[in-house]
Design a protein around this ligand. Sequence first.
Ligand code: IPM
Ligand code: MN
Length: 352
Amino acid sequence: MKCYRIAAVPGDGTGPEVIREGRKVLDTAAKKFGFKIEWTDYDLGGARYLKTGELLPDSALAEFRKQDAIYLGAIGDPGVKPGILEKGILLRLRFELDQYINLRPIKLYPGVDCPFKERGPDDIDFVVVRENTEGLYTGTGGFLKKGTQDEVAIQVSINTRKGVERCIRYAFEYCRKRDRKKQLTLCGKTNVLTFAFDLWERAFYEVAKEYPEIKTAYAHVDATTMWMVKNPEQFDVIVTDNMFGDIITDLGAMLQGGMGVAAGGNLNPEGVSMFEPIGGSAPKYTGRNVINPMAAILAGMMMLDHLGETKAAGAIEAAVVKTIQEDLKCMDAGKMGLGTTEVGNRVAKNLG
Ligand code: IPM
Ligand code: MN
C-alpha cells in the first residue's frame, strides 16, 4: 500500500482546529482510496517561540526535507511582534525548501453565500500563480540613521531572471495542463516598476513562444483588482510576483466566499511542497469551534492532488461541494450554522 509521510504543522490560533478536521478528511480519503498517511507532528509557532525562543530549528527543517509534503495550519501570534514568526517560520520554510510557486485557486463553489452569490463556478474559477521566493519578500534592505530625522528605510524587490522565468514557465505548463480557457495573464506594473516588470515582461513573452496554444494577456495590478470584481470570468491563470500575488489572492478569497475557503500550495515542483489555508491564525476565534475548516480541507485536497492521488482529491472536492450546498449557511466563522468539528464530520461522511 502506498504510504505518504506528511509533516503536520498545526501552528497558532485556530490552526490546530482546522488541521484536525483536515486530517480527519484526509485519513477518510486514504482509507477509501487505499493509501496510507503517516503523520509526524511539529509544534512550531508562537507558543513555542514564547516558551523557548525557537522558531524553526535546523533539525526540523532537515526532517521536512525527507517528507513527502507539509500540511500547515497558521503561523502568527498577537503576543509576538509582527514579522518574527512570519519571517522565522513561514517565509523561512518557503525559502529554504525553495517553494518557488504559491498556487492559489480561486473558485466560487455553488451555493456559497457571498457578495458574488449570483455567480458561480462558471464565472469565478481561476488560479493565481504567485512567485514565492523573491520580490519584496527576501528581506533585502535596511535602515540608515534609524530613529533620527534623517532616517532612511530601504526595501528592495529582488527579481532574478532565473526566479522569474521558472515561475512563468510553471504558469504556462499549469495553464496547458488545466486545459480550460488556455489563457495566461501576466499581472504587473510595467508603467511604474520599469525595471522589475520589464524583466518579467520580457521573460513572459520569450517563454510564451514555447506555448503557441496558450493565449497571453497582460494587466496592471491595479486594473487586475478591478477586473477581478467586474469581470472575473475573463481570467484563467494569472502569474504575478510575490507581493502582488499576496494582495490579489486576499481579494480572490473574497470572490470565493471568504478566507474560510481559500487554500494554497507552496510548491517546489522538484522538492518538498507545503499546503495551507491562506487565512491567518484568527486569535479571536481560537478554541471556540467556530472557524471554517474548509480552507484547510481544500489545502489537504491540493496536497493529495500534488502527490498524485487525483481521484481522492476529486472526491474530497465533491464532498466539500455537497457539504456547502446542503449544510452550510455561510463560509464565515461563527455564521456557518455548524461548528468546526461538525463541518469536518460532514465532509468526512459525505466522502465515506
Ligand atoms: C500569505 C500570508 C503571508 C504572506 C504572511 C503571513 C507572511 O499573508 O501566505 O499570504 O504575506 O505571504
Ligand atoms: Mn497573504
